[in-house]
Design a binder for this molecule. Structure first.
Ligand code: AMP
Ligand code: ZN
Length: 464
């Protein structure tokens, strides 16, 4: 079966073949650890996690690297504004080093709650300063750099294809850049490779370099670390759509200026999570965290289910009502799965359709449609269970362990729960809602939350 992926560079779906099969090199731009990840950031990482699972399902071994940005990312994504890390440190009354450590650990927890498998290799920008300096030196030798008061910059006019990823209108950008904040820059699109520490200011994070004390620009870290760990040309480079115009464009410029080779063969970008039609972002203060989802009584994996219902290249507007719907669908799968026996065989026809959907540029909504068709089919429950669990290898919804927990709890209750559920169904059929509610309370007392659906009651372990 062929795997097709949409390549931002060519603006079309392409049949995917790695440079050195069966290995796939995957570089994903990681979190800037100056604050907690919000669920919008986590949408990007879930998309990448599904991508990785799809590679594995196609028989590839994935060499995945995701960086941790712990220095150099400025508040405006350009080269002015404050360093997000230093700003975060001031906000928390700690050092930039302390907050990097703290928010990296918090990110790992959030990722675990969402069943995102993080790569073993998560290099930090601050631990790769010599590599970044070496890359800037190579650029300097090739005459791509120039020095101005606040740092060493990349001269984008020296590349004929600068901006190809975003199809940037360079002439238009120059024209529109009359109010450029940095008047010394030669071109509006030029970007910092190395920034000098401001005179008289002692930053938490600064290093000596051949050009003076300072810190690396944001983009150079990804070029340096991707090339160090994955080679000069990587198979797939991914991130959120906000990276297309600046960050990935500049990663390409500096990497290809040094190597003369394509930096990545496929560029993939996940769309935004919105709130009230606006991008969820820390700067807009319109964000939710994983802990907010939990505090609202939802399972983080219901959020994962919600995301899978939208294609990664479509914007998704987050609402609590939509999350509620996702939670119900998710709980229904667990209830069904808990009630089905094991030991069946995979329903091949559904498995093939399911993988075909994911192989079509990760069409997760279509894959979920196939999943539900299978679940509702008249096939043997044991076969359905085996098929569902095989599908979940790609979705990462933890269905097996959730269903096992529910099954074990129900088994511990012996036949009591079954009797109560049946009595409640009878009460509902007689429209005796008072009795049905009393039974719901009794059931809850035994650690099970019950909800009604067209296909019968949905059972769920109540939270302690
Ligand atoms: P940052 O920490 O800002 O570098 O962002 C980490 C990742 O989250 C990047 O891949 C961003 O593109 C992505 N991202 C940021 N905001 C959103 C959002 N609202 N929806 C989806 N992805 C986002
Ligand atoms: Zn990057």
């Amino acid at each position: 079966m062929t795997l097709q992926l949409f390549n931002t560079m060519s603006r079309q779906k392409e049949v995917f073949t790695p440079l050195a099969p069966p290995s796939v090199s995957l570089y994903t731009c990681g979190l800037t650890v100056y604050d907690y990840a919000h669920i919008g950031n986590l949408r990007a990482f879930i998309f990448e996690d599904v991508l990785r699972r799809v590679f594995v399902a196609n028989g590839y071994t994935v060499k995945h690297v995701q960086n941790i940005t712990d220095v150099g990312h400025l508040t405006d994504d350009g080269d002015s504004g404050e360093d997000k890390m230093e700003k975060g440190a001031a906000r928390e009354g700690k050092t930039a080093w302390d907050i990097a450590k703290f928010f990296t650990a918090a990110f790992r927890e959030d990722a675990a709650a969402l069943h995102i498998v993080l790569p073993a290799l998560m290099p930090k920008a601050t631990e790769h300063i010599p590599e970044q300096i070496a890359l800037i030196e190579q650029l300097e030798k090739k005459d791509f750099t120039y020095r101005i008061d606040d740092g060493i910059y990349f001269d984008t006019s020296k590349l004929t294809d600068y901006g190809k990823l975003a199809q940037l209108d360079i002439a238009g950008l120059q024209e529109g850049a009359r109010v450029e904040k940095n008047v010394q820059k030669k071109n509006a699109t030029d970007f910092a490779l190395w920034k000098f520490s401001p005179a008289g200011v002692r930053r938490d994070m600064e290093w000596n370099s051949p050009w003076g004390v300072g810190f690396p620009g944001w983009h150079i870290e990804c070029s340096a670390m991707a090339m160090k760990y994955l080679g000069e040309t990587i198979d797939v480079h991914a991130g959120g759509v906000d990276h297309i115009a600046v960050h990935h464009t500049n990663e390409i410029a500096q990497s290809e200026a040094v190597t003369g080779k394509p930096f990545a063969r496929v560029w993939m970008h996940g769309e935004f999570l919105l709130v009230d039609g606006q991008k969820m972002s820390k700067s807009k203060q319109n964000f939710y965290r994983v802990t907010d989802i939990i505090e609202h009584g939802f399972d983080p994996l219901a959020y994962r289910y919600l995301l899978l219902g939208a294609h990664y290249r479509s914007k998704l507007n987050f609402t609590w009502a939509a999350l509620k719907g996702a939670q119900q669908a998710y709980d229904k799968l667990i209830t069904l799965c808990a009630g089905w026996e094991e030991g069946g065989s995979v329903l091949e026809e559904f498995r093939v359709q399911f993988l075909a959907a994911l192989n079509d540029d990760l069409n997760t909504p279509q894959a979920l449609a196939v999943l539900w068709e299978m679940v509702k089919s008249s096939a043997e429950p044991a076969d359905k269970k085996t098929t569902l669990l095989a599908m979940d290898e790609l979705l990462g919804l933890s269905l097996f362990s959730k269903a096992e927990a529910l099954r074990t709890h129900l088994a511990e209750l012996g036949g009591k729960m079954e009797v109560l559920i049946r009595e409640r169904e009878e009460a509902r059929a007689e429209k005796n809602y008072e009795r049905a509610d009393a039974l719901r309370a009794e059931i809850l007392h035994m650690g099970i939350q019950v909800e009604d659906s067209a296909e019968g009651p949905i059972l769920k372990l109540a939270r302690a």
